[in-house]
Design a protein around this ligand. Structure first.
Ligand SMILES: Cc1cc2nc3c(=O)[nH]c(=O)nc-3n(C[C@H](O)[C@H](O)[C@H](O)COP(=O)(O)O)c2cc1C
Length: 206
C-alpha cells in the first residue's frame, strides 16, 4: 500500500471482529514500530502480545464494562464541537469491548528509570516521546495490513493491575493498551476532524 494511502486509512476503530490476527502479521507490524526514531538510539521498547482471552480479561479487569446513558451525557456535554462530541460518544462506552474483542492486545513498554510525572525538563520526556513515535508506526503498519487499531491510556489503578498480571520489570512503563484486529463489518468510523493545512502552516513567522 502506498504511504499516503496508509496515512489516510489509519483511523481509530473500536469495533472488531472476534477473529485472531496471525503472529506473522503482528511481527511485521511491531517490526515497523521498532524502526521509529528513538532519542538515545537504543529503541528500548518491549511488547507483550496477548491473544488469550482469559489473560486479556484479567488485564482489563479494572476498566468499566458499561456506562449509563446519563453518565455518558454528563461526561460528553462539555464537548461542544460536534465532531469531537461524536467521537467521545462512540469511544467512552467501547473502552472495554475494543480491548477484549480485537484479535490481539499489545502492551507496549518503554524503559523509564526517572520519574515520568515530574520531569525536570522537556528532554526528561524523550523516552516517552520516542515510544509514541513507535506507536504511530505500529498504527500505520496495521492500516497498511488492512487491520484496525484502537488504544487506551491506562487510568487510575489500571497500571497496577497490569503489573500484577504481566509482572513486567519496575523500570518499564506502559503508555497505552493497543488493540489490533479485523474491523467489524458494521464498525463505526467517526468523522475525522478536518483541518485545512493552509490555516495551520505559518511561513517565516506565525
Ligand atoms: C495521546 C492519545 C490518547 C488517546 N486516548 C484514547 C483513549 O484512552 N481511548 C480511546 O478510545 N481513544 C484514545 N485516543 C484515540 C483518539 O480518540 C483518536 O485518535 C482521535 O479521536 C482521532 O481519531 P482518528 O485516530 O480516527 O484519526 C487517543 C489518542 C491519542 C493521540
Amino acid at each position: 500500500m502506498e504511504f499516503y494511502e496508509a496515512v489516510n486509512r489509519r483511523r481509530t476503530i473500536r469495533d472488531f471482529k472476534n477473529e485472531q490476527v496471525d503472529m506473522g502479521t503482528i511481527k511485521r507490524i511491531l517490526s515497523a514500530g521498532l524502526k521509529a526514531p528513538s532519542n538515545d538510539h537504543m529503541r528500548n521498547w518491549e511488547f507483550v502480545v496477548i491473544r488469550d482471552k482469559d489473560v486479556i480479561a484479567a488485564i482489563i479487569k479494572k476498566i468499566p464494562k458499561r456506562i449509563t446513558d446519563k453518565r455518558l451525557d454528563f461526561i460528553t456535554k462539555s464537548f461542544k464541537d460536534e465532531c469531537q462530541h461524536n467521537m467521545y460518544k462512540d469511544a467512552i462506552p467501547k473502552q472495554y469491548q475494543m480491548l477484549y474483542e480485537a484479535g490481539c492486545l499489545v502492551l507496549p513498554f518503554f524503559k523509564q528509570k526517572a520519574s515520568l510525572l515530574e520531569p525536570k525538563s522537556l528532554g526528561s520526556l524523550n523516552n516517552f516521546a520516542s515510544m509514541w513515535c513507535c506507536i504511530e508506526n505500529i498504527f500505520l503498519a496495521a492500516a497498511a495490513e488492512g487491520l484496525a487499531c484502537a488504544f487506551r491510556i491506562p487510568m487510575g489503578d489500571e497500571a497496577e493491575q497490569i503489573k500484577d498480571v504481566i509482572n513486567h520489570p519496575g523500570d518499564y512503563r506502559m503508555p497505552c493498551y493497543l488493540s489490533i484486529g479485523y474491523p467489524a463489518d458494521d464498525a463505526a468510523i467517526i468523522e475525522q476532524k478536518e483541518i485545512n493545512p493552509d490555516e495551520r502552516i505559518h511561513i517565516n513567522q506565525w
